[in-house]
Ligand binder design. Sequence first.
Ligand code: PBG
Length: 341
Amino acid sequence: MINNKNETNTHIQISPLSRPRRLRVSPWIRNMVSEHRVTVNDLIWPVFIQEGNNLRTPIASMPGVDRLSIDLLTLAVKEARDLGIPAIALFPATPANLKTQDGEEAFNPENLVCRTIRAIKSAVPDIGIICDVALDPYTSHGQDGLVRNGVVVNDETVEVLCKQSVVQARAGCDVIAPSDMMDGRVGAIRKALDNAGFSHVAILSYAAKYASAFYGPFRDAVGSANNLGKSDKKTYQMDPSNSSEALREVALDIAEGADMVMVKPGMPYLDVVARVKDAFKVPTFAYQVSGEYAMLCAAAANGWLDREKVILESLLSFKRAGADGVLTYFAVEAAKLLKTQ
Ligand code: PBG
């Protein structure tokens, strides 16, 4: 019989063989048996860029996240590097006058993203740069692809995505991350990169990207919400009701040459993260998207949730599901929190 010495007065005698609480009795043993940990190496920091100098524009729906001009972004990226964050993901807010029906600015070697890549590569060469590939920051209609007769066309879009990828690789980007969900784009981009001499540039494909309402604040941040208006992206992004389809999408992207895959959004799709990691064992990332960030911030600001605790617990949930890393707007804050733990 096992008697807890604090409970000697009890008349009820419980004596199960296995008492899981034995392993929770104090911090040292909890640490010793803990299965998953978030470290700074798991954090990829998505950032928003704008034109100008010494400019910082708060994004109302993402409190604490600002669009930064290149000079300020470079300083912020230095801080991220000093904290040990391995990589950033760049998202440009393209000036409205440069947005066009066909998004040609996407493959302008002097566009905001390319200038940012060069600036960061020269000032902070030891942080990884991941670049989104999709046309939505550049199109006047806000869609990720070319629109012909009201339809987002696939193959013609893929040709443009290849040009965008090569231009970004030439500027010095380390990882190309196609987020557009066109069919066949990973294979085409791989070929285009190789032909242009960028066989060392990796592809992190947004393989299972859902048509989600959780992207709302991001579209405010890059200024595509108004362009998109009442339209949606359901003809190319995945239906939230599907999960086996995510496995087919991932299989295709791996076969086409994706080095790493991503599931997006994150927390509402942890089941998909787990299935993907189980099935393919490839480096798998999850994107804790803008809406997830906004939700946690709003609840914390109201005093309804403990901000620091839910940040770390939410990141841990990705690791538990099997993710190798997380794209998160909390990256810098989380890196600081992890230091004090
Ligand atoms: C662009 C893109 C989006 C996000 C990342 N890349 C938005 C969209 O597909 O509409 C969303 C990121 C976020 O919400 O944090 N294709």
